[in-house]
Design a protein around this ligand. Structure first.
Ligand code: F6P
Length: 370
């Protein structure tokens, strides 16, 4: 009987998901296997299963198409992360139902393309008897065990372009422009885009800030005749002794399976808080720009297309070698398999003494702490 494998995309969407799907379908077809797409994330494995046969002849254009043709979800009955990243055990009856449908579909293995939350769910499915292989996805770049996740490069590239545009307005109006970027509890996007976009201040979750240190930098620029400033704020940045700023309700509000509202806290709003304080303390006209989901959409960069393609091919190779419970990882120059538990639940944040941080400090960029 022909080998059939399944693939699903879980968590937030991310540039390059379709490129991974394409690579999996083509690499599987090269081995004489067929691929089935599970629709809407893990929920698509529940009764009745929502699936789509993925034909290698229909993969044209997927390499550069944003979003995911399979759909995705980061809330509901399969949410394994709630609040500020706490792990939740999924109902064993839900896992058993998914396993029964996996068997009914005649699948040999399931490729899970997702971030920390989806890979945590994947491990719980594995414990429930579903052979899984993971592909690390997230613009946040916060998964351990891999040098980089796909989507990150595209998000940084977009955020850097946004900073170039914001600098024009800052200069024209002699304003302070404060730009909020995604990344959850890791500051990778803000740091890399901030340095690449020539920011004057970069605030990261890893380095709690002081408003007086930010204002000192802006005053120093004023004194030097530079009347505009660009402040980059990661959505997970927080004031020394302060808490994370969240957007609206955390929606983890204890709803059960049918309500399906389990989900992680939504960060957002710290840039407005920082901008208001800067305006109060310096008297400078200040504006806020929140990049939000613009960082998650659109065409993947060349770097991400290549990474996605290597990851997709690597995932099929792991199935051929029956290395279940493993995830593909980027360890230049190789793509290799590592056990998923080595990667999940270990948020990979920015080391505060890493080279990019040192580079930023050497340029005189303020990180808001001194
Ligand atoms: O994990 C990716 C990410 O975009 C984070 O950077 C952000 O905090 C979160 O997802 C937003 O999630 P949602 O799309 O559910 O608002």
């Amino acid at each position: 009987m022909k080998t059939r494998i399944g693939i699903l995309t879980g968590g937030g969407d991310c540039p390059g998901l379709n490129a991974v799907i394409r690579a999996v379908v083509l690499a599987a077809a090269q081995r004489g296997w067929s691929t089935v797409g599970i629709l809407g994330g893990f929920e698509g494995l529940l009764t009745p299963p929502h699936i789509r046969e993925l034909n290698p002849d229909e993969t044209d254009g997927l390499l550069y198409l944003g979003g995911t043709i399979l759909g995705t979800s980061n809330r509901g009955r399969f949410a394994a992360k709630v609040g500020h990243g706490e792990v939740r055990q999924i109902d064993p009856a839900i896992i058993a139902e998914a396993k029964a449908n996996f068997d009914r579909l005649g699948l040999r293995a399931l490729i899970v393309v997702g971030g920390d939350g989806s890979l945590t769910i994947a491990m719980q499915c594995m414990e429930g008897g579903i052979p899984v292989v993971g592909v690390p996805k997230t613009i946040d770049n916060d998964i351990a065990g891999t040098v980089v996740t796909f989507g990150f490069d595209t998000a940084v590239s977009f955020a850097t372009d946004a900073l170039d545009r914001l600098r024009s307005t800052a200069q024209s109006h002699q304003r302070v422009m404060v730009c909020e970027m995604m990344g959850r509890y890791a500051g990778w996007i803000a740091l890399h885009a901030g340095v690449s976009g020539g920011a004057d201040v970069i605030l990261l979750p890893e380095i709690p800030f002081r408003v007086d240190a930010i204002c000192a930098k802006i005053r120093q620029r004023e004194a030097a005749g530079k009347h505009d400033s660009l402040v980059v704020v990661a959505e997970g940045a927080r004031e020394q002794d302060g808490d994370f700023v969240t957007a609206g309700s955390t929606a983890a509000a204890g709803q059960g399976p049918s309500g399906g509202a389990f989900r992680e806290a939504r960060l957002g709003g710290v840039a407005s808080m920082v901008a208001e304080r800067i305006q109060q303390e310096t008297g400078k006209e200040t504006r806020v720009c929140v990049l939000g989901h613009l960082q998650r959409g659109g065409v993947p960069t060349t770097f991400d297309r290549l990474l996605c393609t290597r990851f997709g091919v690597g995932a099929v190779r792991l199935i051929a070698e029956e290395k279940y419970g493993q995830m593909v990882a980027n360890r230049p120059p190789d793509t290799l398999g590592i056990p998923i538990p080595e990667a999940v639940g270990k948020l990979r944040t920015v080391p505060v003494d890493c080279d990019v941080i040192q580079t930023a400090r050497a340029l005189g960029i303020s990180l808001g702490d001194r």
